[in-house]
Design a binder for this molecule. Sequence first.
Ligand code: 5RP
Length: 234
Amino acid sequence: MTADEMKRAAAAAALEFVQPGMRLGLGTGSTASWFVRLLGEKVAAGLDVVGVPTSEATRDLALSLGIRIISLDDVADLDITVDGADEFDPAFNMIKGGGGALLREKIVASSSRRMIVITDESKRVQHLGAFPLPIEVVTFAAGTTLRAIADVARANGLSGTLAFRQTKSGDRFVTDQGNWIVDASFRQILDPKALAASLLWIPGVVETGLFVGLASVIVVGSPDGITVIDKPVK
Ligand code: 5RP
């Protein structure tokens, strides 16, 4: 099974959580786009659902498939959000934002009764941090914010390269909200909750890719098949 086949299988398994009439958060990235494409097939066959996309890319994809899009502002909450992840640990902490959509992804997931995370086996880690942590920052005084991130990292016992994300053509990557992303290569994050809280004290930091306490279920595609893991009881 290729990684893409595992992602597709996880996305297909997540469709089992979808019921007619649901309001869905639609994630971003290659795994989430499998979910949107498979959902589009169901919608074409008559399934009645509405979606809130977490990026312009997902909005375009959903609309092209005939999925009805609503604004998050128009509903009290969403039934489920289905989204991918860059890393997840045994306590269901995650790093997200590899696709640059972490801010909208967190707003949408936080407004959902359940977040169903779809991944392949390669995303499972013992401790977060091998994947560089995306941190969304405002463009004003971004250098000052970068230095403050380094200070906060030090105070949390972390070090590593901090780099503004670039596009393939070498331009600075700009998020759908018009912000920049700092990718922080911390290698091992032992206390994701504490790190997220202290990074959010920096005025220029808009949001971090640390998703703590948000996932309800993680669906993992592997060569052996699909595993559905429920959030561990504390
Ligand atoms: C986008 C994300 C994605 O969910 C994450 O990067 C995983 O992407 P993929 O499914 O392509 O591996 O957080 O901001």
